[in-house]
Design a protein around this ligand. Structure first.
Ligand code: NAD
Ligand code: IPM
Ligand code: MN
Length: 357
């Protein structure tokens, strides 16, 4: 049997609500298989910070490193407690994990599932994947401020781009494109303004493209991408882009494909030196937290990405199939709670297992 040590970070707001449903799906999809999950719960996030002042200690990090994969809900944003002002749980926990565990690929697939309503009148076929760089760019925290709080304040936030960092994520994106039927890759940047980083990204893509003659490559500026996501998302197959651009367009990708509650992601360390981390694209959603109405689909689909990463394509596809069926049945149906959706998907998975056995 394959033993998988799974670190679970439920986090804040709707994080725990959706992770509970993700775990149900994971269990149901693998029940009776040779896959055995050994879960460790890590109580991290706002509550822990308020209680201890810690976001992620070295001991936490070491313990997490001893796992094969991580499932995370969302962190930050809640509760609306003044003691959290000035704390930065997003940077101190989420980004720290991505950086320390070298999650240089932030994989964010977007599919408009059959029967799901897009806010676009004629979306066409939406099926693309954003390969977002995860460890560099404007996220590195390379900046500072002087004369803070005065009218003469100056703040900087420098984007870091290394040849090493750009090349490895670009290579991953080309390999992803090679495995997809359309074999298209779009570099998204802002080379007309961010000329130094843009040039590095462009030259890297051109060089790696020479090794992938089967992949059709094009380039779009980030602002134009927001047009095409709305007018012609079907043109996209694989997008490779910088950390910040990738963050922004994947919320938009969620919106056009039926809602942010459906958007899954994987923070991948392809080398396998560190555990990869799977999480919804969305955040802690303070506006709906505690109401039991968050859509757990993104968390459930994130477990499919986790299974893909473990080399369990069959079980991963089972999760996607169950989600696809559930989504198709939502049309015109009554609104369901977070756990009702999770239970329905888990029940489908249990059914699939029974019939397969
Ligand atoms: P958000 O994604 O939490 O919420 C944006 C909107 O989408 C809200 O209206 C929310 O109700 C809705 N939404 C999100 N997930 C949903 C779901 N599963 N079902 C139904 N509706 C859903 O983004 P935000 O409001 O910008 O951020 C809130 C907090 O979460 C911030 O502190 C932010 O830093 C943090 N955040 C954390 C993560 C993470 O931990 N991975 C990701 C994004 C944002
Ligand atoms: C995401 C989130 C994070 C990001 C924040 C919470 C640091 O928005 O995962 O998309 O910007 O990467
Ligand atoms: Mn985001």
């Amino acid at each position: 049997s394959q033993r998988v040590r799974l670190a679970v970070i439920r986090g804040d707001g709707i994080g725990p609500e959706v992770v509970a449903e993700g775990l149900k799906a994971l269990e149901a999809a693998t029940a009776g298989s040779d896959l055995v999950f050994e879960r460790t719960e890590f109580s991290l996030g706002a509550e822990r910070y308020l209680a201890t002042g810690d976001t992620l200690t070295d001991a936490d990090l070491d313990a997490i490193k001893g796992h094969d994969a991580i499932l995370l809900g969302a962190v930050g944003g809640v509760p609306n407690d003044p003691r959290l002002t000035g704390a930065n749980i997003e940077r101190g926990l989420l980004l720290k994990l991505r950086f320390e565990l070298d999650h240089y690929v932030n994989l964010r697939p977007t599919t408009l599932f059959p029967g799901v309503t897009s806010p676009l009148a004629e979306p066409g076929e939406v099926d693309f994947v954003v390969v977002r760089e995860g460890t560099e760019g404007p996220y590195v925290g390379n900046g500072g401020a002087i004369r803070v709080g005065t009218s003469a304040e100056v703040a900087t936030e420098t984007s870091l781009n290394t040849a090493y960092g750009v090349e490895r994520v670009v290579r991953y994106a080309f390999e992803t494109a090679e495995r997809r039927p359309r074999k298209r890759l779009t570099l998204v940047h802002k080379t007309n303004v961010l000329t130094f980083a843009g040039s590095l990204w462009k030259r890297t893509v051109d060089r790696v493209a020479a090794e992938h003659p089967n992949v059709a490559v094009d380039y779009l500026h980030i602002d134009a991408v927001t047009i095409f996501f709305v007018t012609d998302p079907a043109r996209f197959d694989v997008i490779v882009t910088d950390n910040l651009f990738g963050d922004i367009i994947t919320d938009l990708a969620g919106a056009i494909s039926g809602g942010i509650g459906l958007a899954a992601s994987g923070n991948i360390n392809p080398d396998g030196r560190f555990p990869s981390m799977f999480e919804p694209v969305h955040g802690s959603a303070p506006d709906i937290a505690g109401k039991g109405i968050a859509d757990p689909t993104a968390a459930i689909l994130s477990t499919a990405l986790l299974l893909d990463h473990l080399g369990r394509r069959e079980e991963a596809d089972r999760v996607r199939t169950a989600v696809t069926a559930d989504l198709a049945e939502r049309i015109g149906g009554a609104a369901r709670s977070t756990s009702e959706i999770g239970d329905a998907i888990a029940a489908r998975l249990a059914g699939t297992n029974a019939s397969a056995a």
